[in-house]
Design a protein around this ligand. Structure first.
Ligand code: ZN
Ligand code: ZN
Length: 169
């Protein structure tokens, strides 16, 4: 599985997304044509560990199941369709589904600082699950990624936006 990357463009905030390879040095924003350099990418393609964010340089990442596509929606539909009469059956089915989904739904690695997403890495070698304590460290500005100015998305950016201290670039 090829490695792919999705992140917020540091210049305009738009979505930049696509497959990357060992020779990818930067990705271009389709909206504003800004090139975002990705210095750690070659190492990530080689290691498949998703242990560093190639956008902001942070080494704090977490992994979760990638429900962004239709699987999550299909599950919701199943839940709506099963009434109380079949609840015990559907519970058993859901337990089975959950175990199955763990096997078939690929993981996504997310950067705590800027929320850049990596897909296609090795699940077993990838980062740990989400930890609210690490999230808060970034949210309240107690830790910053090496390339702080490139982390335009993420918990810190949202907090500043809420407080009106900084306008979105
Ligand atoms: Zn852009
Ligand atoms: Zn990042």
């Amino acid at each position: 599985m090829a490695l792919s990357l999705a992140f917020a463009c540091p210049a305009c905030g738009g979505a930049v997304e696509g497959e990357v390879g060992a020779t990818t040095a930067a990705m271009r924003c389709p909206a504003c044509q800004h090139d975002t350099p990705l210095p750690e990418l070659a190492g990530l393609v080689a290691s498949r560990r998703a242990d560093v964010c190639p956008v902001c340089g942070s080494t704090d990442l977490y992994q979760q199941r990638d429900f962004r596509r239709s699987v999550g929606l299909a599950l919701v539909a199943v839940g709506v369709l099963t009434g109380p009469f079949t609840r015990w059956i559907s519970t058993a089915v859901f337990v089975g589904l959950d175990a199955l989904l763990y096997l078939v739904v690929p993981p996504v690695a997310v950067c705590y600082a800027c929320e850049a997403q990596q897909r296609g890495f090795d699940r077993k070698a990838g980062p740990r699950p989400f930890d609210i304590a690490v999230h808060d460290v970034y949210r309240f500005g107690k830790r910053f990624p090496p390339r702080r100015d490139l982390a335009v998305a993420g918990p810190r950016a949202r907090l500043l936006l809420q407080e009106g201290k900084e306008s979105p670039s």
